[in-house]
Design a protein. Structure first.
Length: 257
């Protein structure tokens, strides 16, 4: 059941009031989900700081609460150089997994969420560091708007990223396609605006996989990809999210493992 937003609770507002005519944008929904997730943050925590348009709102909110003195003694571990720079600009103290191998809480977005709370992440290019940090968390809160909900992983028809070493990336991409040929899989090297390959924070490339059918057993699919020499990591986050917060125009839905 969704938790309604305040302006949707009780008597309807006058038709000429801002609340009556406000139409929530996708970014509004992302911000609502992010702020709800930050309610899980307590002073003294070590936090995994996610990457992407939704997670950015959460990092901004954490910085705001630190500045107000409502949070204290927070240590952040960023999942990308972009988030690292954002956190520094907000005066959030930072560290890494070497010094803090156990993280209290991570907050991050996702590109897809299936009914079992499995995720696709990495369309922003930070899947390896995200998986390392979120895999070390006691609790991982995922924040999305309702457009990210799918019936099965790959169901959006958009990219499922795989980070690969640059050496013979084309060979690796064809091997990935062969693994999932029964699903109509097509692999494409991610490129930037000038046509050059996109390079991750780790100096690798990304091959984006597109599926026409459900790939089936996700753990088997994961194992088969990781057995390919040249594959560094994939963007399926299986059984990792402990809570998913979904924002829609009608309210917030909280899904727990």
């Amino acid at each position: 059941m969704a938790i309604a937003y305040p302006h949707l609770i009780g008597s309807p507002p006058p038709m000429d009031s801002p609340a009556a005519i406000k139409i929530l944008t996708q970014d509004d929904l992302k911000k609502i989900a992010a702020y709800k997730a930050v309610e899980h943050v307590e002073s003294g925590m070590v936090l995994g700081l996610g990457t992407g348009s939704t997670a950015k709102h959460a990092v901004d909110r954490i910085g705001e609460l630190l500045k107000q003195g409502k949070l204290q003694n927070i240590v952040g571990i960023p999942t990308s150089t972009i988030t690292h720079e954002q956190a520094l600009s907000l005066d959030i103290p930072l560290s890494d997994l070497d010094k803090h191998p156990i993280i209290d809480l991570a907050i991050d977005g996702a590109d897809e969420v299936d009914p079992m709370l499995n995720l696709v992440k990495g369309r922003g290019g930070s899947l390896l560091r995200e998986k390392m940090i979120e895999g070390a968390c006691k609790k991982f809160v995922c924040i999305v708007d309702e457009s990210k909900l799918v019936d099965y992983i790959g169901g959006s028809g958009l990219a499922m990223p795989v980070e690969v070493v640059p050496f013979c990336w084309y060979f690796t991409a064809r091997q990935l396609e062969k693994l999932f040929e029964n699903c109509g899989c097509v692999g494409k090297l991610r490129r930037v605006a000038n046509g050059e390959p996109y390079v991750t924070d780790n100096g690798n490339y990304i091959v984006d996989l597109f599926f026409k059918k459900d790939m089936g057993d996700l753990k088997a699919a994961s194992d088969s990809m990781l057995r390919l020499t040249g594959v560094v990591e994939h963007g399926m986050f299986i059984d990792m999210a402990t809570t998913v917060i979904v924002a829609s125009e009608l309210g917030i839905t909280i899904k727990n493992k």
